[in-house]
Design a protein around this ligand. Structure first.
Ligand code: FES
Length: 124
């Protein structure tokens, strides 16, 4: 099983699990305010290691639209398929106006994933 490191904590994650869900299941209250549909960007993470080399169309469109492409990744749009080390950037603890992290995530990437190799994508 792939290993997921979040700050100093490492857990094992079933292959294919959504990264946002894996982070939450590891006890980190990461945001997912749109329910995992690549709309809110509150599930954003910084990759330390193991960044996937593919991206969903929905993630690409949202990141370029918010000028975030190349800066962060949306953990709701990523499947755990390798060892990864990430830093969650928006959590319940640093968003005092939130009552919760957001609606429950569906098991698979939503909207239905259309994957592209990252090296084919640009920030334009
Ligand atoms: S963009 Fe909203 S949960 Fe990922």
């Amino acid at each position: 099983m792939p290993k997921l490191t979040i700050d100093e904590k490492t857990v094992e994650v079933p292959v294919g699990k959504r990264l946002a869900q894996a982070i939450e299941d590891a006890g980190v209250n990461i945001g997912h305010r749109c329910g995992g549909y690549a709309k809110c960007t509150t599930c954003r993470v910084e990759f330390v290691e193991g960044e996937p080399d593919v991206m969903t169309k929905a993630e690409y469109e949202r990141l370029t639209n918010r000028d975030l492409f190349g800066e962060v990744r949306l953990s709701c749009q990523i499947e755990c398929d390798r060892d990864m080390s990430v830093k969650p950037l928006i959590t319940l603890e640093n968003e005092p106006s939130w009552q919760d992290t957001g609606p429950e995530l569906e098991e698979t990437v939503t909207p239905e994933a259309e994957w592209f190799p990252i090296d084919m994508l640009t920030d334009e």
